[in-house]
Design a protein around this ligand. Sequence first.
Ligand code: KG4
Ligand code: ZN
Length: 335
Amino acid sequence: MSVTLILAIESSCDDTSIAVLRGKTVLSNVVASQLIHEDFGGVVPELASRAHMQNILPVYQKALKIANVQATDLNAIAFTNGPGLMGALLVGVSFAKSLAIALNLPIIQVNHIHAHVLAHLIEGENIENPTFPFLCLTVSGGHTQIVEVKSAKNLNIIGQTIDDAAGEAFDKIAKLLNLPYPGGPVLDKLAQSGDVHKFKFSDPRNGLFDFTFSGLKTSVLYFLQKEIAKNPNFISENLNDICASVQFTIVDALIKQLLKAAKNTKIKNLAIAGGVSANSELRKQMNDLKSLGFNTYIPSFQFCTDNAAMIGIVGYFKFLENDFCDLDILPQAKF
Ligand code: KG4
Ligand code: ZN
């Protein structure tokens, strides 16, 4: 068994998370989610940075305690270097550097989206890992990509959104329906008892393997304006059906593009990653693909949304290659 101990830090958006991994196994994965943004209907960067500052030390102490590891036993510090909110990233990056200096450890920079994909390589009880090559549909609040994964470091984006991300579409449409932020999980819950075929909206598929979600948002907006003009109570009287129809439109497009990519690349191992992979309709439709002869991989909830364990697994693979970075490294808001 590997004895490499990596401490990983994630602070790219509104979750402060620190994990400890022994090799590919997660010993702890502590996440402090920031609820302060709910009142503003979206993440407020300044508030996110401040909350990371408040959370990071207690989250670090808790992560070490749960892992039952001393800081002096660690072999390296991995951290999210982007993409994300600059002020939020700076907190995690500065914390990583300070620890590295204090403990005389190497630091490893990790791309957040790469980490969502490699979360599938975390090993543990009841976790089935895909073999290479696999296709990963990465769907989060900031990204929507179909990635061909040939190895832990050979990732090729073959499809992506040309505008909004899938999670952003969920959140923005939820806002049109007066639902609280983040809207994705709320919309998902309301969709459970709705009719997925009740309303038709514009198809988010674009070209061969790409997506466009801004058109869908606009089509929902115009549809609601038209219906509300006829019946001011339209939203409240049809909320579950609207949510179910919107959710189905998004998930149907994601699955159809993923299947097309699978056919094109002849890859049978299909995975989903990112916050939207917590979506119940997406999980159901992924499971249904098994009957078509595909192997499907759906991460457990704790590895779907932002977490440091996924940063740690990328850190582990980079550690094996001595892929460290200098202490003068700066975060990158965009990659
Ligand atoms: O990966 P993530 O935690 O953060 C980013 O890197 O963006 O993803 C957050 C996104 C949000 O847009 C949120 O609404 C969406 O994931 N999300 C969901 C569900 N749970 C989280 N969207 C649809 N259904 C869900 N159950
Ligand atoms: Zn994410």
